[in-house]
Design a protein around this ligand. Structure first.
Ligand SMILES: NC(=O)c1ccc[n+]([C@@H]2O[C@H](COP(=O)([O-])OP(=O)(O)OC[C@H]3O[C@@H](n4cnc5c(N)ncnc54)[C@H](O)[C@@H]3O)[C@@H](O)[C@H]2O)c1
Length: 399
């Protein structure tokens, strides 16, 4: 492609602001292959705020649109960076792809497996690039730990993992960004589906295909909330879960989390291998985003700082350039760069729509397993064969 990639950011809420910071970091590093040419949001307030931020951070004013129809009619853009609540990923991504725009869609790329299938089909039909906005595995911490486990073999053969976090997060019942997240119909589920998309992607990235899952979910807090666009309803997404994941390789792991622990918070998140263990430094659902510390069976400790140095030292200059363009190590900035490059060069993005769909299918399999009360094969959810939990959402939105 000659000239700059003209991008429309669609959805101007929280994550759009974080993407903008990524574009700003790229511009400041001297990367000028893109322009944020347009913004689109149904909220005039969010639209105006992000437009002001683009002006302040990038030094120019994008064209603003109050809905996708007007944007597709009038805007001069090549690509869309879609930062919308999950229920609107497919309703917006599909017309964008039909209009020939390459798209990066925030995880989980569609509110159900079927919605994701339709987005992927539209990208294929229109010969468009479809990227998943998934940053965690591109962060230097996650890249270094992946290298330590899968290339350097620092903990030996991986055997099992356990991610156990019990914490307290007060429910936000007021902000738009949280009201849609309290509704299965708008979000697809709770945090198993939302931040859990990062967890699933990183587990697939580290350990390969997941064969079978079990899952038990609990919802403790059910206040009635004015859910955007669908009205008053009781909160119906999970506060607590216990999950087991059986990988095709034979590796086994469990994941348990709750936001509702009013006291005695815990974070015990490790991968164990035949020669040691790696402990995750963070407690949210972004595994190894901030790296991990290694402890070997003989008592040797490798703190993350040393691990990161070892990882960087063994990269060739060409690998460094490709992995951390302009020396940038923040996953979200790399994600924005990768999308622009894939559009400009007509090359596949590092994390395409199918990869997003595979991670989402793991999350959906967890809901399906809880719903069915028995173990579920991830492949059966990815193919659409098992969908009982998701059927209500598909019916509501006509998917
Ligand atoms: N990668 C990450 O770490 C991360 C973090 C947060 C959110 N996300 C993802 O980003 C996406 C958006 O989340 P968010 O936290 O930014 O949500 P948000 O509620 O803060 O922002 C969503 C925006 O979309 C707008 N909107 C809603 N429907 C619209 C429509 N039909 N057309 C145009 N605009 C519309 C809203 O007015 C709002 O401004 C989700 O997919 C979420 O999972 C990713």
């Amino acid at each position: 492609m000659n000239g700059q990639v003209r991008i429309a950011i669609i959805g101007c809420g929280g994550i759009a602001g974080a993407h903008l910071n990524g574009y700003q970091q790229l511009q400041e590093a001297g990367y000028d292959r893109f322009r944020i040419a347009a913004l689109c949001d149904t909220s005039q307030q969010h639209l105006a705020q992000l437009a002001a931020n683009v002006e302040e951070k990038l030094g120019y004013t994008p064209d603003c649109y109050p809905n996708i129809e007007q944007m597709l009619d009038e805007a001069q853009v090549d690509a869309a960076d879609i930062c919308l609540p999950h229920a609107y990923h497919h309703t917006v991504a599909i017309p964008c792809l039909e209009a020939g725009l390459d798209c990066m869609v925030e995880k989980p790329v569609g509110i159900t497996v079927k919605a994701g299938q339709q987005i992927i089909a539209a990208a294929q039909k229109n010969d468009c690039i479809l990227a998943t906005a998934e940053q965690v595995r591109r962060d230097i911490g996650a890249r270094a730990v992946n290298w330590a486990i899968n290339e350097a073999g620092l903990i030996g053969e991986p055997l099992f993992f356990g991610f156990d976090v019990k914490t307290w997060i007060e429910l936000d019942l007021e902000s738009y960004a949280w009201r849609w997240r309290h509704s299965k119909l708008l979000s697809g589920g709770g945090m198993v589906f939302d931040a859990g998309a990062h967890f699933a992607d990183m587990m697939l990235h580290l350990f390969g295909d997941i064969d079978e899952v079990t899952c038990t979910l609990q919802t403790f807090d059910t206040p009635t909330i004015d859910m955007p666009g669908i009205g008053l309803r009781p909160r119906d997404v999970e506060d607590y879960w216990v999950v087991t994941l059986k990988f095709a390789s034979g590796l086994f792991g469990h994941w348990s989390y709750s936001r509702a622990a009013r006291a005695h918070h815990i974070n015990s998140s490790h991968v164990w291998g035949t020669e040691g263990a790696v402990k995750d430094r963070q407690e949210w659902m972004h595994p190894f985003e901030y790296g991990g510390d290694i402890e070997l069976a003989d008592g040797t400790e490798i703190p993350y700082e040393e691990l990161e140095k070892q990882y960087l030292d063994q990269l060739s200059e060409a690998q460094r350039q490709a992995t951390f363009p302009y020396g940038i190590t923040a996953g979200m900035t790399i994600e924005c760069w990768d999308f622009v490059e894939s559009v400009a060069e007509r090359r596949p993005p590092e994390i395409d729509g199918e990869a997003g769909q595979r991670a989402k299918a793991v999350c959906c399999a967890l809901y399906e397993a809880d719903h069915a009360g028995e173990p579920v094969k991830v492949a059966d959810v990815l193919s659409g064969e098992i969908s009982e939990y998701q059927d209500e959402i598909n019916e509501y939105w006509g998917i």
